[in-house]
Design a protein around this ligand. Structure first.
Ligand code: F6R
Length: 619
């Protein structure tokens, strides 16, 4: 939610504006209901802000160009307090003569009481935002102390909630000050110029040298320096790292949309996540896990906490890890975890799954788990983000930057990481139930090629999406690991094509939802492979017959060679054969492609669906 960019360089020219606008374009996925920029120019701080997508801000800047500058900040917004209007867009101004401009990501929870105090002092507000309170406070502090870092420090200690704040001031033209609590902020280190951003995509076109900040820290950048302090004023140091991907990874690269590109990148996302995690003889090594083998052997319960798509990858993990290790696994939506009085102790491994590493609900669940004494492990795609930093250990997925709001390649990478974790635990505890870890790891390494095979077969799915553009409702059924895939298929369709969609466990249908089936109702069914245990396959084939008998249009996802489904399928989408447990890596792909092309057929922007933002950094 909300993208933030900051820049400071040496030369008074158009670069600051260009860097900020390019950064905002790369961060627009984080929020896109309004955008704004502030530049420190020779005439003071100049701002421009506009409701709507970044394009509106760009046009406004063309119509009323700002002066040359060497310092700038910019913001792309996902509204929380106050609607998406020009007035509520950031930056907000404060201090004598409105010399300060400030942008914010997060929520200042005590803004009401602070605003009341300021109103009583006669301060006038121009917006309904919580942000303007911080702008007025930092502005007034600067007027009192004459130093932007100190002013920021004096104010952040009065704020409650989650926030990243960036400020510039007309009297200190070569300085940007940022502060973070429970909300992302990274620093980019250049030659004679420095950057800040909600994530490294903001400045990846200029530098790959990044600095990770800790919790409750303030960073001050000038063209030649950066310094970090804690909110209590003590000196601190960020953790320097190199970004391993380049600017092209955060661009569309010839695809119509980021989502199309990210779907196409899924074979690489899985392959890269598997890379370096086994020895030559197939034994799994997880060097990066900061939890000792003894602690892991001691674990007697695993709880996954995650939201949305990441929660569905966690559900796949539950089936796999319980089967391979016999450790009980539960999956709790992160926002429900804290309030469910969870049963957690020092033998519980709480695994958080998050693409962004910034989802506030998930972060809060991790913190709560730690308070309760659990071991915490983060499966995460974003290096340097908050959730892995707050966790005892991290298993990074290596899907590369995911820009489209709807998660695709991160989902496959999360499932892959969960398989690795499950097989590692099985190997470590010597409890490898039924399957052998080495055999499955070998098969996992074949999955990227099989995912590519699925991608190469998508012509019919695209045709189906095109002729189903006016469909009003689609149902999705699955059993076992196919159940989370049904949920994910429905979520994709809801969020980017705005079509009512529901996913069900196929066995649950007869307990109520079958009443929804009427002639012509499209239903996707994720069919397990014929060699699945417990007659699973047979049972799903029966479910297909039951709905077909009631007039449903059956859109069947089945493995190559499965002839049993043929008589009952209106459409068959084939995927290659694989072990039943690994099938989600294949069966979800047609559902992603279907949702994308249905959104396109309806003329919708799949990358930036309405009301949504990537990285949900509010609770
Ligand atoms: C759906 C989607 C969301 C995210 C969820 C968690 O396509 O993208 O449901 O999966 O908001 O986000 P992360 O993984 O960043 O914690």
């Amino acid at each position: 939610m909300c993208g933030i960019v900051g820049y400071v360089g040496k030369t008074l020219d158009g670069k600051a504006q260009n860097v900020v606008m390019e950064g905002l374009a790369r961060l627009e996925y984080r929020g896109y209901d309004s955008a704004g920029i502030a530049l420190v120019t020779e005439s003071g701080v100049e701002t421009e802000k506009r409701a709507g997508k970044l394009e509106n801000l760009r046009s406004a800047l063309e119509a009323h160009p700002l002066h040359d500058s060497r310092t700038g900040i910019g913001h792309t917004r996902w509204a929380t307090h106050g609607g998406p209007t020009d007035g509520n867009a950031h930056p907000h101004r404060g201090g004598k003569g409105d010399k300060l401009a400030l942008i914010h990501n997060g929520i200042i929870e005590n803004f009401h009481s602070l605003k009341k105090e300021l109103l009583a002092e006669g301060v006038e507000f121009r917006s309904e935002t919580d942000t303007e309170v911080a702008a007025k406070l930092v502005g007034a502090e600067f007027d009192a102390v004459g130093d932007l870092t100190t002013a920021m420090r004096n104010v952040v200690n009065r704020l409650e909630g989650a926030f990243t704040l960036l400020a510039v001031h007309a009297d200190v033209p070569g300085v940007v000050v940022g502060a973070r609590r429970n909300s992302p902020l990274v620093v980019g280190l250049g030659e004679g110029e420095n950057f800040m951003g909600s994530d490294v995509a903001a400045f990846i076109g200029y530098t790959r040298h990044a600095l990770e900040l800790g919790q409750d820290q303030i960073v001050t950048i000038t063209p030649d320096s950066h310094s970090v302090i804690n909110f209590d004023g003590s000196p601190a140091e960020g953790k320097a790292y190199e970004v391993t991907w380049d600017a092209s990874a955060a661009e569309k690269g010839g695809y119509d949309s980021f989502m199309a590109k990210e779907i196409a990148e899924q074979p690489d996302a899985v392959a890269n996540t598997l890379l370096g995690r086994t020895k030559d003889d197939g034994e799994l090594v997880l060097d990066e896990l900061r939890i000792s083998e003894d602690q892991l052997r001691n674990v007697d319960r695993i709880t996954f906490v995650a939201c949305g798509t990441a929660a569905y990858s966690s559900l796949v993990a539950k089936y796999a890890i319980e089967h391979w290790t016999r450790i009980p696994v539960e999956v709790t939506l992160a926002h429900e975890f804290r309030y469910s009085d969870p049963i957690v102790d020092d033998r519980t491994l709480v695994v958080s799954v998050s693409q962004s590493g910034e989802t506030m609900d998930t972060l809060m669940a991790v913190k709560h788990a730690k308070e309760l004494g659990a071991l915490t492990l983060s499966i995460c795609n974003t290096q340097g983000s908050t959730i892995p930093r707050e966790s005892d250990a991290v298993l990074y997925t290596h899907a590369g930057p995911e820009v489209a709001v709807a998660s695709t390649k991160a989902f496959l990478a999360q499932i892959t990481a969960a398989y690795i974790l499950g097989l590692y635990l099985a190997q470590l505890r010597g409890e490898n139930y039924a399957d052998s870890a080495k055999v499955l790891m070998t098969e996992l390494r074949e999955m990227p090629a099989k995912i590519q095979d699925v991608l190469d077969r998508m012509d019919r799915v695209v045709e189906m999406a095109n002729f189903m553009a006016d469909t009003r409702s689609v149902l999705f059924l699955g059993r076992h690991v196919g159940f989370p895939i049904a949920l994910e298929g429905a979520l994709k369709l809801k969020e980017i094509a705005y079509i009512h969609a529901e996913g069900f466990a196929a066995g649950e249908l007869k307990h109520g939802p079958i009443a929804l089936i009427e002639p012509g109702q499209p239903v996707f069914i994720v069919v397990p492979s014929p060699d699945s245990p417990h007659e699973l396959h047979k049972k799903v084939v029966s479910n297909i017959q039951e709905i077909r008998a009631r007039g449903a249009r059956t859109l069947v996802i089945a493995h190559d060679g499965d002839e049993d489904v043929v008589p009952f399928a209106n459409e068959i989408i084939r995927v290659p054969q694989c072990s039943p447990m690994l099938a989600p890596l294949l069966t979800v792909v047609p559902l992603q492609v279907f949702a994308l092309h249905l959104a396109m057929a309806k003329g919708l922007d799949a990358d930036q669906p309405r009301n949504l933002a990537k990285s949900v950094t509010v609770e």
